[in-house]
Design a binder for this molecule. Sequence first.
Ligand SMILES: Nc1nc2c(ncn2[C@@H]2O[C@H](COP(=O)(O)OP(=O)(O)OP(=O)(O)O)[C@@H](O)[C@H]2O)c(=O)[nH]1
Ligand SMILES: [Mg+2]
Length: 320
Amino acid sequence: VNRRDQAPAALFEGALRGDRASTARLLSFIERGGSSAREVGRIAHSHSGEAYTIGLTGAPGGGKSTLTSALITHLRALDLEVAVLAIDPSSPFTGGAILGDRVRMQEHATDPGVFIRSMATRGHLGGLSLSTPEAVRLLDAIGRRWILVETVGVGQVEVEIAGKADTTIVVVNPGWGDSVQANKAGLMEIADVFVINKADRNGVDGTRRDLDQMLDLSDLDDDAWRPPIVPTVATTRDGIVELWDAVVRHREHATESGRLAERRAFRAREELREIVAQRLREKAREVCTGDRWDELSDSVVAHEIDPWTAADEMLAPIEA
Ligand SMILES: Nc1nc2c(ncn2[C@@H]2O[C@H](COP(=O)(O)OP(=O)(O)OP(=O)(O)O)[C@@H](O)[C@H]2O)c(=O)[nH]1
Ligand SMILES: [Mg+2]
């Protein structure tokens, strides 16, 4: 049977057996949204709950993909299997090909212990923030225990997606200051580990001081986790052992303090809230079409009825 014609349940069987094309196809369903995506989501949900997710975020070109590739090499040496999702919130739907990431992580392309996938969105509101956890859950369900999620950029959406990981690595470069000025606070809020990548360049000490100062100001409790600052040179893999060590220590701290469970519970509630909100937005689009809409909106335009009363009348049938 051609995989294009297979239903999610059959594809999931294939994915469980390690068939990458089936996994890729299921991720495409998720990327597109709609009823097939929901079916994939339901199947994946019942099989998931074991994976640990690590987010990497930071300004474009900071070295996230090179770092991810270096981390993969390190994890493979530890005999761990890994899946990577590279998320690009700014690109339109691509069917899973973001060239830079492919090239950067190419050395792992034929390793069966590594699964790499790029995801983009058509740009509809809430699309990527819902499809990312869904994709993570699928990879979890097919048995990937370590999932790396790379998000490009430092805008609000990116920070939100990156902040949904169990451990979030924020990647900056020496002399970072200006490029991310606008969203420093957002990055400080989500960072569990700071990486100063491209530490082969000047300005590492100044950047470290800058980060340290900001962390001093963030008024942490005595037993709170203070994000460590790890300098790396991703291209030569310098500092990767220290980076992984920082991730492992954060994971232990989060697990033992109960923060991990709290964070996951919060995330689950936020996701549910977002799904409900998305459904209501769909409902709103439906309500605002047809004869009744034409009639009432004409009346508002003609100043015969105020918009609040018109909205009440339009919503009356579904609120009953
Ligand atoms: N000098 C130096 N260059 C690096 C280092 N790490 C990455 N680079 C280079 O920086 C460029 C961008 O690296 P990527 O890994 O693609 O960066 P990225 O953050 O994934 O980029 P986007 O996904 O486009 O945001 C490439 O040319 C890398 O070779 C480093 O530690 N030192
Ligand atoms: Mg990249």
